[in-house]
Design a protein around this ligand. Structure first.
Ligand code: CDP
Ligand code: MG
Length: 752
């Protein structure tokens, strides 16, 4: 106690603000409750201090709880919470308080409080089902119902039975608490009363959903201008759907603000200037600490944000909320294997959360850009992610833990059995499980990698069968990071960026293009200037390099050889194997065969064949007359007949009608379309149409032999179940976003 006292005198600032938080009053009762119960549900409004304070109370009052782990569904939230708490405790990040997210960790042996993403904890529980590394696990943001958090619910419930001394706290911003409590054996619920001020709700008069969706960016900017001109001082938080919409709104607002008549503004409002901040998932945006600081006199802070600002991050000073009524959500269709990002209306619960952001420190207003009727039509709560995601990674983790009967796993809300079966089937097609659904030795190896099972399959085959694991590692790493191409502002710069990007295009497609980019960056000494002048996100490249390092370590641990297929022309003549210098590590063992310009060359064939061993299920064939592709294999397993028959002919389900487009930035998009026949793609993104991301040319005979596995699929046996009814299925993405009919396809072709 005396130590803390002296700290208080030295740094009074944070201690005072910590005491002002609503949770502070309940500090002792909370500690007492945690001491008494194994599982506890803590509910409190966003901003009440759950994430940052509760773990600190444990550090301060319960020394017997040594290791604490707090999960967050978002990387950016885990880092931001860890930083804030380290600051509050005057310790360096990575000492007493740290964080660990995929491929990035700041922690040491003295770390007692670790903020992690739920995915990171899920991977460690897969290796340690008793969760013996921690004495207390806090599942934070439980109301978000992220896929990983939902799986952790089941796993931690199991762990609690295995280890009576383990403590679990589930923290939520008010929703679903009865369900949580019931799931954890009627765990007690500790509720922190909020201090909410009144929030006025303003509705948009009559507005059809379609119109609302097409115009919300523009209308949100108009609303911000209206607030800025007419309302009392106070900052504005605008909920939009994604990076693109946020950048568009930022641009529109800046243009409009420059054109504003200052006399008029001064007349009606006491704030004259604006400071605009975007917040979306890229880590940089939260690094602008100014977002969290008070706005200077006469300036109004305008924050354009995604859902992240709904409950994960609290920005002080907000008095006005503008709610577009939409969110960009992941949706997965087990039938077609399409992972779509779809803009959909939010739920009523989300609307209430968003409105609440306006009344934290004073009374506020929420401008809903939709009508009262539209609100009535919204779903009461958001569908949990587990019911709309691909479960392939989840199922692999569960199998690794020896949980074979996934259909009967204790899920808080079970996913559609079709999603589970589709995932097991994909694992079978990758060779990770046998025909009874049991993990194979290959599957065991694959589960060691913290990347998609598709990519881990590629790495293993690149190492063992195609002698190109060094190249595959680089490509897999580049595929595991965020967007690498920068999109600058302004038409001129965008043209320059496009031109620069084209310079890397490899005739074989995007996989080798990614490799070229990394190689050139490496040859320029991993330079920041190089990245900048080539319109490539330096941070993404750096992240890829880090990912490559970590994947390399896993490969070595699994005794998978790191082999390169890069050779020097002269050496090729001599048919000699050579060591390739890799500044990161000298661990490459031998070289294969290849060819290239200025001395060096990498042959695309072994690399793409290695990718085919997993991505053969993502094979697409071009339509004989038109620049669209059709998936050759769908998740339901049927092969599209080849030859001249056009897709859409008799005997094919609507899943096969899904037309796939090349991504406009694809290296293949500038190829002569007649020279394209078969391609593989990394994934499909559905925004306005189904677009293949990262595609490369292949030869059909590379994948033909692999297709044999499709013929022996027995879904019932794989899932270990008797045939079930297929009633009560969720609508597929196709029906959710509108069927891709041939008419709209033609329109889009005309656009191009
Ligand atoms: O988890 P909960 O929403 O209940 O609250 P919290 O995240 O612990 O936030 C408590 C307070 O700390 C809020 O007033 C935030 O504004 C502040 N905070 C901050 O200033 N910077 C952060 N990175 C995190 C929280
Ligand atoms: Mg929180």
């Amino acid at each position: 106690m005396s130590r803390r006292h002296s700290q208080t005198q030295e740094f009074p600032h944070y201690d005072a603000s910590r005491k002002e938080l609503p949770i502070y009053t309940y500090r002792e009762e909370l500690v007492e409750a945690m001491n008494r119960f194994q599982c506890l549900i803590v509910v409190g409004d966003t901003g009440s201090g759950k994430t940052t304070q509760l773990p600190q109370y444990v550090l301060e009052a319960l020394p017997e709880i040594r290791n604490i782990c707090v999960t967050q569904p978002r990387r950016i939230a885990a880092i931001s919470a860890a930083r804030r708490v380290a600051d509050e405790r005057r310790t360096r990040l990575g000492e007493q308080v740290g964080y660990s997210i995929r491929f990035e960790r700041s922690a040491s042996s003295s770390t007692r409080l670790l903020y992690v993403t739920d995915g990171t904890l899920l991977r460690s529980v897969a290796a340690d089902p008793k969760v013996s590394a921690y004495d207390l696990v806090v599942l934070d943001e439980a109301h978000e119902r992220s896929l990983e958090t939902d799986v952790l619910f089941g796993l931690l419930r199991r762990a609690c039975r295995l280890r009576p001394e383990l403590k679990v706290v589930v923290m939520s911003a008010t929703l679903d608490i009865d369900k949580f409590s019931e799931f954890f054996g009627d765990a007690p619920v500790f509720s922190i009363p909020g201090r909410m001020y009144a929030v006025d709700i303003l509705w948009q008069k009559k507005m059809k959903l379609g119109t609302a969706k097409a115009t919300f960016v523009r209308r949100s900017v108009d609303t911000v201008l209206h607030i800025h001109k007419n309302e009392e001082p106070g900052d504005v938080l605008v909920f939009l759907t994604g990076q693109q919409e946020i950048e568009q709104a930022t641009r529109l607002l800046q243009e409009a603000h420059e054109a504003l008549d200052y006399v008029e503004v001064r007349h009606r409002s006491r704030v004259h200037d604006i400071a605009v901040y975007p917040i979306f998932s890229a880590l940089e945006t939260l690094e602008q600490r100014a977002i969290f600081e008070a706005t200077p006199e006469g300036v109004r802070k305008i924050v354009f944000a995604t859902n992240i600002a709904q409950t994960s991050v609290t920005i002080p000073g907000i008095r006005y909320v503008v709610d577009s009524g939409f969110v960009k959500q992941k949706m997965y269709d087990a039938q077609t294997g399409v992972d779509a990002l779809v803009v959909v209306p939010i739920s009523q619960a989300a609307a209430t959360q968003r409105a609440g952001r306006a009344g934290r420190t004073a009374s506020g207003k929420v401008y809903r850009l939709y009508s009262r009727e539209a609100f009535e039509d919204m779903e009461p709560a958001t569908v949990p992610e587990i019911q709309r995601s691909s479960l392939i990674g989840t199922v692999l983790s569960l199998k690794k833990m020896g949980i074979d009967d996934i259909l009967n796993f204790e899920f808080i809300d079970p996913p559609d059995p079709d999603l589970v079966v589709a995932a097991i089937k994909q694992l079978f097609l990758l060779g990770a499980v046998d025909e009874h659904g049991h993990l194979t030795p290959l599957g065991h190896q694959m589960s060691e990698f913290p990347i998609s099972p598709f990519l881990s399959r590629v790495l293993i085959s690149a190492a063992l069968d195609f002698s190109c694991s060094y190249e595959a590692l680089i490509i897999a790493s580049m595929l595991s990071v965020e967007e690498i191409f920068a999109t600058p502002r302004g038409k001129k710069k965008q043209a320059a960026a496009e031109e620069s990007r084209r310079r890397f295009d490899d005739p074989s497609g995007d996989h080798l293009t990614l490799l070229r980019i990394f190689h050139e960056w490496r040859d320029y000494g991993y330079s920041k200037d190089w990245a900048f002048s080539n319109f490539i996100h330096f941070r993404a490249l750096q992240a890829a390099r880090k990912v490559k390092e970590q994947l390399t370590e896993i490969m070595e641990r699994l005794e998978l050889p790191i082999v390169t297929c890069e050779v020097d022309d002269r050496e090729r003549e001599k048919k000699r194997l050579r060591r390739v210098e890799d500044p990161d590590h000298g661990r490459i063992r031998k070289a294969g065969i290849c060819d290239f310009g200025n001395g060096r060359h990498v042959d695309s064939t072994p690399i793409l064949r290695a990718f085919c061993t997993a991505f053969y299920v993502h094979t697409a064939k071009r339509h004989p007359q038109r620049p669209v592709f059709y998936p050759y294999v769908t998740s339901i397993g049927a092969n599209v007949p080849t030859g001249q028959q056009t897709p859409g002919g008799s005997g094919m389900s609507s899943a096969h009608l899904m037309a796939l487009y090349l991504h406009p930035q694809s290296a293949l998009s500038t190829e002569d379309i007649n020279r394209l026949d078969w391609v593989i793609y990394n994934d499909i993104q559905y925004v306005n149409r189904a677009t293949m991301r990262v595609s490369s040319k292949i030869r059909f005979d590379w994948v033909d032999v692999l297709m044999g596995r499709l013929k022996v699929v027995d879904e019932e046996r794989l899932a270990g179940r008797t045939p079930a009814t297929r009633e009560g299925r969720r609508p597929s993405i196709i029906s959710a976003v509108g069927e891709v009919d041939s008419k709209s396809e033609e329109n889009e072709e005309n656009d191009a």
